[in-house]
Design a protein around this ligand. Structure first.
Ligand code: PBG
Length: 330
């Protein structure tokens, strides 16, 4: 009898055998491309800590969506940056607010081709930078819900297919579901940022969106990075409130959470490959310290392998362009 009897290398011998045995696939349609659109600019403004990403003008946003669609990326999550922020964040629901303008513009230009997802939060729109209505130095959960209801219907009215509440207020999914339904938007879906951690990995995003809290931090509403069981509870609550898709965020330091949630629920699961995860790859690549294309492939496959059906990632466009060439990366 020869040793060893089990030889896993048999299925690694040639590209065709490796393709046959491959467990995880990634397609451009699994990717959701997050983009920033800023009011009152005519040229895109680069985001320093996110090389390759910009604050878009309405024109450059439409051009970027067009080129991503051509590469097979069909889903987009939009963040608005208003010219003027105020205490209540009123530009978030103003029908002429930048996010509403962007949704209408993309819907007019591309019809039903793209899936348009509107991030729903107040931090980009308030002068204090918190995700809800302030009462002294504390965010008032229930008063915030009433504001979220207004924002949701404004975004749906502007053409959003999916509303994505990211503020981590208790009851936000139920509140939004009821306001959408009452306004005749029963057909619009909710992607719930269900397990969103209070994370340092959002740093570059806050530069991009100008949304860092002026005082304090978000630990009073976002999750403690030490907790995983609580993530399953958050997800179950959002499902009970009517979520259509649930999300874990960030992705890379939380792959175990993605796996746990995947095993606990049947709904589609998204994971957010957030801004600092992107920034770290770009910084190391700029130094020539990593093979960027292979690193991006492993990151995206890792998130999918952990159990996410879809990945929100700033790499969406470049990854979609590269996926047909992945085989040659070895
Ligand atoms: C808004 C929001 C944030 C992100 C997405 N939506 C920032 C935050 O909670 O501070 C972060 C995304 C990223 O880092 O890429 N609440």
């Amino acid at each position: 009898m020869s040793f060893p009897t089990e030889r896993p290398r048999r299925l690694r011998a040639r590209p065709a055998l490796r393709r046959l045995a491959r467990e995880t696939a990634l397609s451009p349609t699994d990717l959701i491309y997050p983009m920033f659109v800023r009011e009152a600019i005519t040229e895109p403004v680069p985001i320093e800590a996110m090389p390759g990403q910009v604050q878009h003008s309405l024109d450059s946003l439409a051009r970027e969506v067009e080129s991503a669609l051509r590469l097979g990326v069909q889903s987009f999550v939009l963040f608005g940056i208003p010219a003027v922020k105020d205490g209540g964040g009123s530009q978030a629901w103003d029908e002429a607010g930048i996010i509403q303008q962007a949704l209408r513009r993309l819907r007019d230009a591309f019809g039903g081709d793209p899936v348009l997802i509107a991030d729903l939060c107040l931090c980009e729109y308030t002068d204090h930078g918190h995700c809800g209505v302030l009462d002294g130095d504390r965010v008032d959960n229930d008063r915030t819900l009433a504001v979220y209801q207004r924002i949701a219907t404004a975004q749906a009215d502007a053409g959003a297919d999916v509303i994505a509440p990211s503020g981590m207020m208790d009851g936000q999914v139920a509140a939004i579901r009821s306001s959408l339904d009452a306004a005749g938007f029963e057909d619009r879906a909710i992607l719930a940022y269900a397990a969103k951690y209070a994370s340092a990995f959002y740093g570059p995003f806050r530069e991009a969106a100008g949304s860092a809290p002026r005082q304090g931090d978000r630990r009073g509403y976002q999750m403690d990075p030490a907790n995983a069981r609580e993530a399953v509870r958050e997800v179950r609550l959002d499902i009970a409130e009517g979520a259509d898709i649930v999300m874990v965020k960030p992705a890379l330091a939380y792959l175990d959470v993605i796996r746990r949630v995947r095993e606990a629920i049947e709904l589609p699961l998204a994971a957010y490959n957030v801004s600092a995860e992107y920034a770290m790859v770009k910084a190391a690549a700029a130094h020539g310290w990593i093979d960027e294309r292979r690193v991006i492939r492993e990151i995206l496959l890792g998130i999918r392998r952990a159990g996410a059906d879809m990945v929100l990632t700033y790499h969406a466009r470049e990854a979609a362009a590269d996926i047909p060439c992945w085989e040659e990366l070895g």
